[in-house]
Design a protein around this ligand. Structure first.
Ligand code: PLP
Length: 374
């Protein structure tokens, strides 16, 4: 354990900053991994008797079952090292240095940060906070230039927890139809972590837009598999081929044993997903109840994801120093809203997946007591 971690533990800091679900990976997934390794899947190719496309077939079957859409497992699905790699590969497949990516913000900061490394320019479009952080598609449309190659949409959005509705998807679809040289990356990592009967909408399966759509997903959140580094991209064959080629050049692809475990997750672990989801609902409720107690703090109830993005602008216009003080003095570690884009300034992101409901209550009451002293 590092020194920083030890001192944090000694001081009893409650971590509400990393969206790493504090649940064990289902033992069926662990056993599948061990089975593959024990039976010789420790080489470039899977051992005889193992289906090389077991993962892609499981993903395609999942989408057929869950959303009724047909995706070709052999040509349109690429396994990746988590959604992180899936996002990087999609950007590289779709954009060149000097191109622009439109990003409704606040949103997943790591995506914004990685663009610099590819020489691609983020063009930020503020979400409409007063309308539940809705995407302003008129602004997205007017921000399109000759250099725009991509739009990034995180749905449900981290950190705001809001979902795109069917009308949003229609507007996006119109934009893509009118701008055939613009594509969209749909980050759907939280698409199965929804609350209060919310429904997920996507462009996945819209064949006439397939050439312009990259759907990114991950096993990290749904199956509590953050350390396994498993995700995937769904894209049209020509884009998927490019992604496979870049991925192969980087790292030769995802270990077969991990892919095999992922297939078992999709096929056999819906029970543990349901259990985790029920517990997450309780943790979310505890977080919402705790935040409601805080004076002059507002927030949009999240439809999905693991986070609540709360407005502390009555207290601060510098969220970075505010969360530093929260950690040092209230002993609650959170993320500054500014990190997710300029429109996130004055906000604080609270993660509810990584602590029990009781610990969450303790965390929010520490924040409340601290605010009273300000
Ligand atoms: C919206 C979103 N996309 C992608 C990721 C990265 O996920 P992975 O662990 O699969 O790389 C995260 C992780 O926090 C996330 O919140």
């Amino acid at each position: 354990m590092g020194r920083a971690a030890i001192s944090k533990k000694e001081r009893g800091v409650i971590d509400m900053w990393v969206a790493d679900p504090a649940f064990k990976t289902d033992p069926k997934i662990v056993e599948a991994f061990r089975y593959a390794v024990r039976h010789g899947c420790t080489h470039y190719f899977p051992a005889p008797g193992f289906d090389p496309n077991v993962f892609q077939k499981a993903v395609a079957k999942h989408y057929r079952r869950a959303r009724g859409c047909t995706i070709d497992p052999l040509t349109e699905i690429v396994p990746t090292h988590g959604a992180q790699e899936a996002l990087s590969l999609s950007v590289q497949a779709a954009a060149r240095p000097g191109d622009e990516v439109l990003i409704p913000e606040p949103t997943y900061n790591v995506f914004i940060e990685k663009l610099e490394g590819f020489g691609v320019k983020p063009v930020l479009v503020p979400l409409l906070e007063k309308e539940r952080w809705r995407i302003d598609f008129d602004s997205v449309k007017s921000a399109i230039t000759g250099k725009t190659r991509l739009i990034f949409i995180c749905n449900p959005n981290n950190p705001t927890g809001t979902l795109c509705g069917s009308k949003d998807m229609e507007e996006l679809s119109d934009i893509l139809t009118e701008n055939r040289n613009v594509s969209v990356i749909l980050d759907e990592c939280y698409s199965r972590m929804l609350y209060g009967g919310a429904e997920h909408h996507s462009l996945l399966g819209e064949r006439e837009l397939m050439d312009q759509v990259y759907v990114v997903n991950s096993f990290s959140k749904t199956y509590a598999m953050t350390g396994w580094r498993l995700g995937y991209v769904v894209a049209a064959r020509k884009n998927a081929d490019r992604i496979k080629q870049i991925s192969f050049e980087y790292n030769g692809g995802v270990a077969y044993s991990v892919q095999y475990a992922g297939a078992v997750a999709l096929e056999k672990c819906s029970g543990s997903v349901r259990k985790m989801h029920a517990e997450l609902r309780m943790r979310r409720d505890a977080m919402l109840a705790g935040l409601r107690e805080l004076k002059d703090v507002a927030f949009v109830t999240p439809d999905g994801g693991f986070e609540v993005f709360a407005d502390f602008s009555s207290y601060t216009s510098d969220s970075e120093s505010f969360v530093r003080a929260l950690e040092d003095e209230a002993r609650v570690k959170t993320m500054p809203g500014r990190k997710y884009g300029p429109s996130g300034e004055g906000h604080v992101r609270f993660v509810f997946c990584s602590n029990t409901a009781e610990r969450i209550r303790e965390g929010t009451s520490r924040v409340g007591a601290w605010l009273e002293d300000q």
